[in-house]
Unconditional design. Structure first.
Length: 483
């Protein structure tokens, strides 16, 4: 076992315990980041490179999609999209061979609105409780299958008002399927009965605008809480009834990374354009905007009247009633979001109820926050990767920067980092997978360019790693010693 960094020895006991195996976080329930990106104790011989053909165990062609595969009961589950016939589907593969076991099409009448280059209607990662598989498509809602692919129930929810689509993934707690849907309008948090699909509770989030973070489970004082990260705010909810218990302000205006709970501490990173202190986007006061652009003096603004690119780029999401004009309430809502947005990495210790913004903050770091990938907490170090392949490592206990380095793979990063066998794996959108040593000093072990783009997070499974690249899933394992 590798010696621990000196700063690891001074972590609070609960934070230390949380990093030495995540006891209590694992179990039969599997969903996006349910393992916090940490491989289980069986992952002791993971591949450190992908250039040798003998390391490829199998490769299976699947349709496109951005969801991360999950593994449960000897099967791999993922969602796919076939743009030619506009088919959304759930697919199950055999874990050992990669053979497709079954494929079920979703009963979708129309595909949700999507960004032409960055969106996918198969973006949400499935969840599994050991008996049932739960998938979510923004074009339809939630569908539940048994492990053999028989549909058990469905709950229609979408489509939603959001040109990037719906990508927050379902998660599981106490026989409930939890889903957070924050969009331009009608945002909500919902709990469905995992056995029947019936709505247990549904809580509106009227102040939330579009965000895509998957909720996480946090246990505080012996009680489970849902950690829900959305625009400007991280909040704790009671999973039994959906009651909002507390909240902390200070997040970005669009939040995609998942919270990282560890003991009594929660780490939260968020970044969105216009939220950096040095490049803050602000909107004029409504009165000033009218004086500047309201040429016909009708008290509202059309797209043809406005010359501010920051407004024009977001005009459709600001026009909440879709009447083609911006009124005062629509303008001031977006102005307030921009005004309050902060890009930063936070360490929080929420204790109590209500607004804990001024009480919960342990430390704040204003650089290195990722746009999409969730942070990884490993051996007392918080690892983050942002676009450009820039990796920032922070000391979890203090927020002190350990290093800021650049990976061999440039470009955008959507996949979250994962850790196992003394290595941290990163995957770029352009298909470059890099392995970095989980050591105090920065060391890149290997870097390999795959054919096809990578959006889903790599999956660590024993001595294997699954990579979803382009229209394929590839399974690699480390060769036995001496071969």
């Amino acid at each position: 076992m590798m010696p621990l960094p000196k700063y690891f020895l001074f972590l609070p006991p609960l934070l230390l315990a949380a990093n030495l195996g995540w006891a209590g976080a694992r179990g039969s329930a599997t969903f996006f980041r349910s393992d916090f990106g940490i491989a289980d104790t069986n992952s002791s011989r993971l591949p450190d490179g992908f250039d040798q053909p003998t390391k490829l165990r199998w490769r299976t062609r699947v349709d496109s999609g951005q969801s991360t595969p999950i593994i449960a009961n000897g099967r791999i589950f993922l969602t796919t999209y076939q743009p030619t016939n506009r088919e959304l589907a759930t697919v199950a593969l055999d874990r050992e061979s990669g053979r497709i076991l079954w494929k079920q099409k979703a009963p979708v009448e129309r595909i949700e609105e999507l960004h032409p280059t960055m969106g996918s209607p198969a973006a949400a990662t499935p969840a599994c409780d050991g008996e049932r598989v739960f998938v979510f498509f923004g074009s339809f809602g939630v569908i539940c299958y048994d492990l053999e692919g028989r549909k058990l129930w469905q709950q229609a929810l979408g489509p939603f008002r959001d040109e990037y689509g719906a990508s927050s993934s379902p998660m599981l707690v106490d026989d409930k399927v939890i889903l957070c849907e924050d969009h331009d309008i009608d945002s909500f948090l919902i709990a469905l009965n995992a056995r029947t699909g019936k709505i247990v509770w549904k809580i509106p989030r009227p102040d939330a605008v579009r965000s895509y973070a998957t909720p996480m489970i946090w246990t505080s004082g012996g009680h489970k809480q849902l950690l829900v990260a959305g625009s400007l705010e991280l909040a704790g909810y009671d999973p039994a009834n959906g009651e909002k218990l507390w909240w902390v302000n200070g997040l970005a205006r669009i939040v995609i990374p998942a919270p990282v709970p560890a003991g009594d501490t929660i780490f939260m990173a968020s970044w969105a354009p216009g939220g950096d202190a040095s490049a803050k986007i602000t909107l004029d006061a409504w009165k000033t905007a009218l004086e500047k652009w309201d040429k016909n003096s009708d008290g509202k603004l059309s797209k043809d009247e406005i010359s501010d690119r920051n407004v024009l780029d977001r005009y459709n999401r600001m026009d909440l009633d879709e009447d083609g004009w911006l009124n005062q309430s629509e303008w001031e809502r977006m102005a307030a979001v921009f005004g309050r947005a902060e890009n930063a990495v936070l360490a929080l210790k929420p204790a109590g109820r209500g607004d804990l913004t001024d009480k919960a903050l342990v430390w704040k770091y204003r650089r290195g926050a990722p746009y999409v990938p969730s942070p990884l907490l490993r051996n007392g170090v918080l690892w983050m990767v942002k676009d450009g392949g820039i990796v920032t490592r922070l000391e979890a206990a203090s927020g002190r920067m350990i290093s800021e380095e650049r990976l061999p793979g440039p470009g955008s990063y959507y996949a979250s980092p994962v850790a196992g066998d003394g290595k941290i794996y990163f995957a770029s959108e352009n298909g470059v997978v890099s392995a970095v040593a989980d050591e105090p000093d920065w060391r890149v072990i290997s870097s390999h360019k795959f054919d096809g783009k990578i959006y889903g997070t790599p999956v660590l499974d024993g001595n294997r790693i699954l990579i979803r690249a382009g229209e394929s899933i590839q399974c690699y394992e480390k060769e036995p010693v001496g071969q």
